[in-house]
Design a protein around this ligand. Sequence first.
Ligand code: URA
Length: 405
Amino acid sequence: MMVEIIEKVRRKETLTKKEIQDFLTGYLKGEVKDYQMSAFLMAICLNGLSLEEVLAFVECYIQSGKQLSFAQEDCLVDKHSTGGVGDKTTLIVVPIVAALGVPVIKMSGRGLGLTGGTIDKLESIPGYQVERSLEEIRKQVKDIGMVVCSATEDIAPLDKKTYALRDVTGTVSSIPLIAISIMSKKIAGGAKKFVFDMKYGEGALLETKEEVVALADLINKIAEHYHCKAEFVYSDMSKPLGYTVGNRLEVYEAMAVLKDNLKGELYDKCVHLASHMVALSKKISLEEAIKEVIEVLENKKAWEKFQAWIAYQKGDLEKMELAIEPIPYLAHKEGTLQKIHAKEIAMLAKQLGAGRDSLEDEINPSSGVVLLKKEGDFVKKNEKIAYLYTEKQTIPNMDSCFEIL
Ligand code: URA
């Protein structure tokens, strides 16, 4: 029976809703084995799924766990990034939006492989509590209008089990599988309005803009089916976002944007994302939303909200310190800094102790890289171009991170 279902996908035949349900619930119960699921996922990777099949998958994933609901459902807005190196936008965007009276409940994950995780960044603040019960989430959103916590175990457990298998079977980068995975968690999480930061380029889940646009199109169709509203912002992630890669370093950079309005690509990206969220929630034009967003950055209301949020979740910014002597990295030649490769920088940061290969690995919250130059800058031979923060004894060679011409 299960073998027939796998064979149908291999022959590009359409599965019925019942076949999808039987296969997926069988997998959750352990009746369908990992090797059968692996073959099934690979056949989907190669042959795709129809929209009807995708919707049947999403429904099964949602039904596999709890579905949350919140009193603020109508104006609640969620943000999702498909993963970027140095992407600390959640730390900035959520307090901006909450300072404008738009409630946000953001459930995030830990970093694995080359991707950084918001939860690791927040845990680098001494005392910050990432675990929140449903009751605590409801109270916090009522009290301060925002929560950022780790995803509860019981949301779309089928995705959790399948994602772990996809990770080790080369079946992550399939447009239907990514859309199903993201949207089942979003819809079960209780928001009805979403802004997606869709990343493409070297090191992203999908390399080309065309693929990412196709993913956005499918996400949008799933959102419409569930009467949800989704908006999309596209970002090239072939270079890191901002100046820092590494958990505590990224918190400091986020604070510099909120407190000192540090301008640059990161500031612009956050204004863009926050404005889409505000426009969507308040049903105002993007131009009006941009004005409101810049105002709460300039009058420091967003910075105050950030501090209130961190304190509410028991984080102590006063106790946060790097406590590592930075090691300067010097340019290996003179010329224009043509390219800063995100993927190489992420690999480097991981080697310095900022990332992990498996979820059990320990990370050093202070480790990472601070970039002192941006693409297009002219650099002299032996000029400082980065600082490395690490307690590791051997410093990896970083020349491949920077293309100097
Ligand atoms: N993020 C997810 O949550 N799921 C995917 O499949 C890919 C990225």
